[in-house]
Design a protein around this ligand. Structure first.
Ligand SMILES: NC(=O)c1ccc[n+]([C@@H]2O[C@H](COP(=O)([O-])OP(=O)(O)OC[C@H]3O[C@@H](n4cnc5c(N)ncnc54)[C@H](OP(=O)(O)O)[C@@H]3O)[C@@H](O)[C@H]2O)c1
Length: 172
């Protein structure tokens, strides 16, 4: 069961501002929805609170250190490793699911990057102000396996490049 990160990153590494996203990318959100539909998705508690509800059609797992934290329609894990384990166990009972999706935010990405097999990166083609970041993607560790230029549509604030990266050497 692959661990895949889904993230949109500005040219300066910014991924978020004031608990939300510093752009409007309707085309990318549609692709994200289609790519993650039916799969387990793992997110930090702050990202969950920013969205404000479970994402429909997916098994939502929220990571928090707060043992009393609960929300309707989501499963809770108290470490990232426990979240990935829970997602793998649940995914085994789902037909045709071959990956666990890590969907943010900054704290969770930083811890998930060394554990991930694949990165689905929407490169936002601008530098943007923000307070949450994605770590640099090291070319010695990651290779691009596909890339697509996506011009800004009517409901998009920026043009993007959608790139899929795979780890050069599998994690032992
Ligand atoms: N551009 C994108 O693709 C994208 C995607 C998602 C999110 N974002 C943005 O990212 C920002 C949020 O990121 P963030 O870094 O502030 O927060 P975050 O990673 O979403 O959540 C952080 C929280 O996760 C919990 N946590 C982190 N590590 C943990 C661990 N090892 N064990 C247990 N719990 C752990 C803690 O929750 P407790 O405090 O409850 O213990 C922590 O406060 C927002 O602006 C959001 O819009 C961007």
């Amino acid at each position: 069961m692959r661990v895949a990160i889904y993230v949109a990153i500005a040219e300066n590494g910014v991924i978020g501002r004031d608990g939300g996203l510093p752009w409007r990318l309707s085309t990318d959100l549609k692709r994200f929805k289609a790519d993650t539909m039916g799969k387990p998705i793992i997110m930090g508690r702050k990202t969950y609170e920013g969205i404000g509800r479970p994402l429909p059609g997916r098994l939502n797992i929220v990571v928090t250190r707060d043992k009393s934290w609960r929300a309707e329609g989501v499963e809770v894990a108290h470490t990232l490793e426990a979240a990935i384990q829970l997602a793998r166990v649940r995914a085994r009972c789902m037909t045709g699911i071959d990956e666990v999706c890590v969907i943010g935010g900054g704290q969770i990405y930083a811890q998930a990057l060394p554990l991930a097999d694949r990165l689905h990166v929407t490169h936002v083609l601008a530098a943007v102000d923000g307070d949450a970041h994605f770590p640099p993607i090291d070319a010695e560790t990651w290779r691009v396996v596909s890339s697509q230029e996506v011009p800004a549509g009517e409901k998009d604030s920026h043009a993007t490049r959608y790139s899929v990266y795979e780890r050069r050497r599998p994690i032992l």
